[in-house]
Design a protein. Sequence first.
Length: 225
Amino acid sequence: MSTAEQGCSLAVFENRTLVCEEYWASRQTHSKRVMAMVENIVENRAGFGLSEIDGFIAAKGPGSFTGLRIGISVIKGLAYALSKPEAGVSSLDGIAYRFSQVSVPVCVMMDARRNEVYCAVYHFEKGSLVEKSDEKVCSPGQAVLLAGENAFFAGSGSKAYQDLILDLTKQNAVFACESMDHVSAAALVHPLFLNDDFFNSNENILVPAYIRKSDAEIHLNEKSA
């Protein structure tokens, strides 16, 4: 599950096979739609009972502070109620793994507002991740410097600052189509296939990874200054 941005993405797998995936972007808050989506995709589309799910994965951030809390709370609640394992995967990974066949650096940029982006740069080789930069919040220009002029850009931030990216890369940048810029629940599952001990790894503990302070914390610090 991903509730990292405005849209909500859910996916159900059986072994390594994607059974179904659903994406819904609307003005409704995640709290009003996510449980109905879970019930629909599991019982009506996949044909499973919730008790048949072996484990749960959620995007742990970066992303919307409120959205992440809702998604993580839902997954934790389901995992606890059903005594099943839970894990968290980076929201940026949930975009990057959609483009694992791209041979140039993949720069994932999620719009963080305040003229900043959440970003990381990925290097894939024949579908396998070779290297990933540290995740950070920075200006779009700094993200481009990390990726280089000949890179592939994806994510909501890449579209928000597309003109700037094209200028800084001398028109060499290549962009994902807009329909593939969101965090994909199906892509979040990819790290599970690479690690037999995935649910027991400290790296995958399901806790929010905000990267940046919340607006409330920023405003509080400004008042205290």
